[in-house]
Design a protein around this ligand. Sequence first.
Ligand code: NAD
Length: 371
Amino acid sequence: MSGNKKILVLPGDGIGKEVMQEVLNIIDWMAKNKSIEFDISERLVGGAAYDQEGDSISDKTMEEAIKSDAVLFGAVGGSKWDNVERSKRPEAALLRLRKELDLFANLRPAVVFEALINSSSLKKDLVTDLDILILRELTSGVYFGKPRGIEKINAVEERAVDTQSYSTSEIHRIGKVAFDLAKLRSNKVTSVEKSNVMETGVLWRKVISDLHKKEYNKIKLDHMLADNCAMQLVRQPKQFDVILTDNLFGDLLSDIAAMLTGSLGMLPSASLGALDSNGKRSAMYEPVHGSAPDIAGQGKANPLAMIMSFAMMLKYSFGMNEDSKLIEQSVHNVLSKGLRTPDIKQSHEKAISTKEMGMAIIEELNILSGK
Ligand code: NAD
C-alpha cells in the first residue's frame, strides 16, 4: 500500500463534472511537475448515482469516504430528479456525507479579488482587500433538532414545529475550531447568536466566553447579535475576521458574505470533523454553488470555486500550505490578466470557457514554479 494521501473524488451532476475535471488536471500537473502523488478514487454521487446505483450515495461510496483522507465534492441536483422520493434525492447524499463523517465545522471564506472588485454589490472602498471567514456549525441546531414535524390540530389548522437545540459540547467543539483558525489569521473571533431572545443563544454565549477565558484569552473575542451581524456585513464588512455562528444563522450570513465577493463561481468551502485518536480529521471540500443546470454542458462554468476548494484541501487536510498558496496565487494572476468566465466578466469583456480557464491556471502554475 502506498503512503499517499487518499482523496475520494465525487464530481456529481451538471457542472460538478466539468469543474472537477479542471481540478483533476491540476492533480496531474502536481504529479508530473512536483512529484506529489495522491491516491484518487472517483465515484458517482447525486442524480448520477441514483440513475446507476439506485441511491444518491451508495454504501460502498460512503465506505470509501470514511476510509479516505479527504473528499472532494462537485455539485449535485437537477430537475430530472425532482420527483424522486426525498431520502434518495441528489441532495440527500450531501446530508449523509455530512452526518456520517460528522462534519460539524463548515468554513466559508469570503475573499474579494482586486481584479473582480467591480462585481461586488458594495462600494469599492468597503470591500477592497476583504478577507473574512464564516465558520458555521453544520450538524446540529434547528435543521436537526427534535421534535420536528407538521401535525393536524383540527379540520382546518395544522401546526409546524422545528426545534433549535445545542449542547455544551457541540458549542465547545465548534468554538475551538474558530479560535484555532483565528490564530492562523488575524486573531479575532466574532461569535454570533440571538442571546437576547433565544435560550440556545444564552448557552452559546456562555460556553464561548468560558472557552475563551480558559484557553484562548490572547485572541480578541466579540459577541454580536445575528441581526446586527447581517447589517454590519453590508455596512462595514472589513471589521470581521472569523465569524463563528450556528447552523441557521451561518446559512444566512454566509450567503450575504458571498454576495460581497461577486460570483457564486468564486466561492470555495470546507467542512471538517473532529480529530480522531490517530490524529485524522474527516473533511470534505466543495464549491458553494450547485450543479447549475442552466449552463451545464456548455463550457460556461467557472471552475475557480472548485479549484480553490482543492487549495483549501491542501492547506487544511494535508498541511501543504505552499502548494495551496501557489494555486491561490495562480487564481489571482489569471484574474489580474483579465481572463474571465461568463459569470465574472463585465459587459465589454470577452469570456473564456471552463477548459480555457483551467488551462490558464495550469499555465500560471508553470510560470510561478519556473517550468
Ligand atoms: P446553482 O448554484 O446551481 O446556480 C445558481 C446560479 O448561479 C445559476 O444561474 C448558475 O448558472 C450560476 N452558477 C452557479 N455556479 C456557477 C459557476 N461555477 N460558474 C458560473 N455560474 C454559476 O443553484 P440553483 O440553480 O439554485 O440549483 C441548481 C441545482 O443545484 C438544484 O438541483 C439544487 O438543489 C442544486 N444545489 C446543489 C448544491 C450542492 O451540490 N452543494 C448547492 C446548491 C444547489
